[in-house]
Ligand binder design. Structure first.
Ligand code: C5P
Length: 216
């Protein structure tokens, strides 16, 4: 069974999807981490961000391995390195790159072969797994999402300002929505869930109910 969870940044997708997968005994796929890893590789190589083929050539040589809570790039654990504010901003270059997207989409479909998964991203229900058995669109208000991201970054020891996080989030939201290929969109057959005011526990409970209702 494939369960897709799409939605904007900061809606609480990652932690909810990971916990949901654990409860169901499914594998978890964090597709955002894959785009982030490509950006990290680009940053380290000093690619010219204005020249997309450079980044896609680099992505072609990357070996990404994902477990339920870690991501390895050519054997190196980059789980923490991909979460900084700098990499978060640069990730747009990977996400905007159609050749990179096609490559990562192939890898995502391979990951799903022969197993039950909860997969999380922006385009999982619309592009990558249009035939998924259960599709969820998880969202929250702009303010709530910015607050959560801010707390996250603080906890990671980054120096951040809430207003700046909100501003960057708006730019990112807009780019995610306007992206021609693989942009953020709610699939017609997705169930929308707004997480404002819900505890992480309540979100996972509700998600589990939805999935169980789709299992036969
Ligand atoms: O979910 P996360 O914040 O880790 O995603 C990082 C970025 O990667 C997003 O802002 C989005 O631009 C991009 N992304 C994407 N398609 C996905 C997952 C993430 O374009 N399936």
């Amino acid at each position: 069974m494939i369960v897709t969870i799409d939605g904007p940044a900061g809606a609480g997708k990652s932690s909810a999807a990971r916990r949901l997968a654990r409860r169901l005994g499914f594998s978890f796929l964090d597709t955002g981490a894959m785009y982030r890893a490509v950006a990290l590789a680009g940053r380290r190589q000093g690619v010219d961000w204005e020249n997309p083929p450079e980044l896609s050539a680099l992505a072609a040589g990357l070996r990404l391995e994902l477990t339920d809570d870690r991501i390895f790039m050519n054997g190196e654990d980059v789980t923490e390195a991909i979460r900084t504010l700098e990499i978060t901003t640069l990730t747009q270059f990977a996400a905007d790159n159609e050749a990179v997207r096609r490559r990562l989409i192939d890898q995502q479909r391979k990951f799903a072969e022969g197993r039950n998964i909860v997969t999380e991203g922006r385009d999982q229900a619309t592009v990558v797994f249009p035939h998924a058995e259960c599709k969820i669109f998880l969202t929250a208000s702009e303010e709530e999402r910015a607050r959560r991201r801010f707390q996250d970054l603080l906890a990671r020891g980054e120096e951040v300002d809430l207003e700046e996080v909100l501003k960057k989030q708006r730019v990112r939201d807009q780019r995610d929505v306007e992206r021609q290929f693989g942009g953020l969109a709610k699939a017609a057959d997705s169930i929308e869930m707004v997480t404002d005011g819900l505890s992480p526990e309540q979100v996972v409970d509700r998600l589990e109910e939805i999935v169980r209702a789709h299992q036969h």
